[in-house]
Design a protein around this ligand. Structure first.
Ligand code: ANZ
Ligand code: ZN
Length: 726
């Protein structure tokens, strides 16, 4: 048999799959569908990261398995290509972002194709393509129409280095997410999207989706739903009232002062010695101003209970305010008596403008007569004009503001003088609905046809990074719900199932970074040992949901394993007897649970066992190839065809197992009492000695002999025996 030549084999099958369109999703609505999704990559200048490969391979495996189970699978790919790094590169080099993006996506495409992923490349999308962002702009106009996009003058987080407004989510420990420069506050008119209008549904509907529990928890914490009461405190010598938000109306008898945020309308009065009345005790209590009360949460005012709240206690001690011990009251009763039931959220509306070039232009004009006027839908896409200088202006406006030919326009409404909006959308815009475009990527009349949406959505399984749980995932759920309310998509949730993967770290556990020089280049690995070896390594390196450090010795090991599978071909003899039922079961179940590493372990065990015998049945070998194909598609396709199969292995049927044949997964353990066998039980051969003892002692047949007796000695032998001496 010829030696295993990975580069020849891998290229050959990549070409074959593409020319035969094996992985194209068909829009045939009669077939049962499966929509699997990864987060489409940002095409950075660094090329594909090994971390991309981990997520892509995982969903590739699941997609292959579903195809072999008879599903019509959609596994698409595209580019989330607007964003700062490309723009910063353009500022530095003067090369147009569109040109840079083209170059970077070409690299990514080549790299992804070299890894043999089963994407449907005919549906490739790019968020910076005007044919795509036409619909991003169109959706924005729907938000505007419904009053959910609005302008607001507000203090925004401003990075004085990047000269850009940042969403709260983009501020990390008080610094800019990208450059670390301390963020300052700056007053600016901003476009906002009213995500808070959907806060309740974004929280509640998590009950109906199959997201990992930790993902649900993160989303819920971010939304921050809090049920409590609003209670009004009257003031001494002033007819106004202070409304507080509390989750502890049961502590009302312990309120010894009111705390206001610095922005509260009564803050200036409070500093002059304002007094409030506790409605429960009628006591006069002071009103204080403090920065531990946030201005943009609840009512910006707190009834302080130093005996039951730590922050209140700290403040009270510092300012010599009374701390009053009390008996807690009934919550419901106190709410009825003094307050009104309210629900508050931590979630804030989404700051949707950026003063940057490389984003979707916000399609509105400012007319001297009519105010804000949307660009007519028939005029979309509103294309990004070419500029010479990509740097934001000193005033913080986007570089678009300097192109007077573009900025000065006519009002679509009154034909009078108007100025175009020069803010662009944040890079979260295009990714908020991209999974909808995949189902009908070339549609010119709508973002996707209803027939295709009905067929394909929701996404059945979406895997992505934990770092996107609070932003991208929440934003896209919000857009989806909005489109659902407009009757434009069939379901209220976009993703039925969401999982996430751990990061791949550099050797030793540090983060991979270009500046440290510890980034692993997938190209050289593919060249040296092949895409299959790299894919298998990334699935084998550790539990999928955990962070894991790179180790090139591991790739040597997976390469060797592939060679073993290759060589096993020499032992294949006729025969249709399948013996590897246990492996089928284990691999099938492990894939569903994303336990890819243990799936590969069981394939390794099976190969070791088969190697020991003088010959391997053709059926066993075929089954082995089918189970391994999702992980190592090229080599398995080659070996499959070598066996004389005429059609691609991915058009074959996923192996099924006969559970009655899976016998060696349990062993019978005998229980002796004083040397006589009194009982037996079945367990996995791996069960440890201590557990065996415990099982034995709990059995009624054993208790019959040991009840009321002193146990002098108990020994157990793994997989065989428990012996009790009384
Ligand atoms: C009295 C009290 C007594 C409270 C007690 C807590 C414990 P969550 O669950 O996060 O919603 N609070 C209300 N508005 C605030 C603001 N703008 N800034 C800072 N704190 C604020 O927390 C609600 C509780 O946080 C409220 O209940 C209020 O203090 C405080 F033993 O009222 B509590
Ligand atoms: Zn006008």
């Amino acid at each position: 048999m010829t030696p295993y030549d990975h580069s020849k084999i891998e290229k050959k099958w990549q070409k074959y799959w593409e020319s035969k369109k094996i992985f194209r999703a068909s829009d045939d609505i009669k077939k049962k569908k499966f929509y699997s999704l990864i987060e489409f990559p940002y095409p950075s200048g660094d090329g594909l990261h090994v971390g991309h490969i981990r997520s892509n391979t995982a969903m590739d495996i699941i997609s292959h398995k579903r195809r072999m189970e008879g599903y019509n699978v959609l596994y698409p790919i595209g580019w989330d290509a607007f964003g700062l790094p490309t723009e910063n590169y353009a500022i530095k080099t003067g090369i147009q972002p569109a040109v840079v993006t083209k170059k970077n996506t070409d690299t990514f495409r080549r790299q992804l194709k070299a890894l043999g992923f089963s994407f449907d490349w005919s549906r490739e999308i790019n968020t910076t393509d005007p044919k795509y962002y036409k619909w991003t702009q169109w959706i924005f106009l729907q938000f505007l129409k419904k009053g959910l996009a609005y302008k607001k003058k507000m203090a925004i987080n401003w990075c004085p280095k990047c000269l850009i407004g940042l969403a709260n989510e983009e501020v990390v420990d008080g610094g800019c997410e990208r450059c670390g420069t301390p963020v300052v506050q700056k007053e600016k008119e901003q476009w906002m999207l009213a995500i808070t209008k959907y806060a309740d549904r974004l929280d509640k509907d998590l009950d109906d989706v199959d997201f990992l529990e930790k993902i649900k928890i993160q989303q819920r914490n971010w939304i921050g739903k809090s049920e409590g009461a609003e209670i009004e405190f009257s003031l001494k010598g002033d007819s106004r009232k202070i409304k507080v938000f509390t989750t502890r109306p049961d502590t009302i008898f312990g309120v010894t002062y009111i705390a206001l945020s610095a922005d509260h309308e009564l803050a200036s009065l409070a500093t002059k010695g304002l007094k409030a009345i506790n409605p429960a005790t009628k006591e006069e209590i002071p009103v204080m101003v403090t920065d531990y009360v946030l201005s943009d949460y609840g009512t910006g005012a707190v009834m302080a209970v130093p005996a039951h709240d730590e922050r209140d206690a700290d403040f009270a001690k510092k300012h010599n305010l009374p701390i009053k011990e009390i008996v807690l009251q009934d919550k419901k009763e106190m709410t009825e008596k003094f307050g009104k039931v309210v629900t508050k959220y931590k979630l804030r509306d989404w700051i949707f403008s950026r003063q940057r070039y490389w984003g979707e232009p916000i399609p509105v004009v400012h007319c001297e007569n009519c105010g804000i006027v949307p660009v007519p839908e028939k005029d979309l896409p509103l294309k990004l004009p070419k500029v010479k200088n990509y740097k934001p202006t000193e005033t913080g406006e986007s570089p678009l503001a300097e192109i007077s030919k573009w900025v000065n326009t006519k009002c679509p409404n009154c034909k009078g003088k108007a100025r175009r909006e020069t803010d662009t959308m944040p890079n979260w815009a295009g990714s908020s609905w991209y999974y909808l475009r995949y189902v009908d990527p070339k549609n010119k009349k709508a973002f996707a046809s209803r027939v295709n949406l009905d067929h394909w959505t929701p996404v059945d399984w979406y895997n992505g990074g934990m770092e996107h749980t609070t932003l991208h995932l929440l934003y896209s759920r919000f857009w989806h719900k909005f489109l659902f309310d407009l009757g434009l998509v069939p379901t209220s949730e976009p993703y039925q199932k969401r999982t996430s993967h751990g990061l791949i770290l550099a050797k030793g556990g540090a983060k991979m970074s270009k500046s440290v020089g510890n980034v692993v280049n997938p190209d050289s690995i593919v060249k040296a040992v092949g895409a299959d070896a790299l894919r298998v390594y990334e699935m084998f390196m550790g539990p999928f949901d955990q962070h894991i450090a790179w180790d090139e010795n591991g790739i040597v090991g997976t390469r060797r394993f592939i060679e073993k599978v290759w060589k096993l071909r020499e032992k294949v003899a006729a025969g249709d007897k399948v013996t590897i039922h246990k492996t089928i079961k284990k691999v099938s179940e492990d894939i569903e649970n994303m336990k890819f590493n243990t799936a590969i372990s069981s394939l390794m065990i099976a190969v070791n066992d088969l190697e020991k015998s003088t010959s391997v049945s053709r059926a066993d070998y075929s089954t082995l190839l089918q189970l391994f194909a999702p992980f190592a598609p090229h080599v398995c396709e080659e070996l499959w065809v070598n066996l004389g199969n005429k059609k691609s292995i991915f058009l074959s049927t996923w192996p099924s197992y006969d559970s009655s044949k899976i016998t060696d997964s349990v062993v019978k353990v005998m229980v002796q009492v004083n040397g006589k066998v009194r009982a037996s039980f079945e367990v996995s051969p791996e069960t440890d000695e201590e557990s065996l003892k415990k099982i034995a002692l709990d059995m009624p047949e054993v208790k019959k002999w040991t009840e009321g007796k002193e146990i002098k000695k108990i020994i157990s032998v793994k997989g065989r025996l428990v012996s009790i001496v009384i």
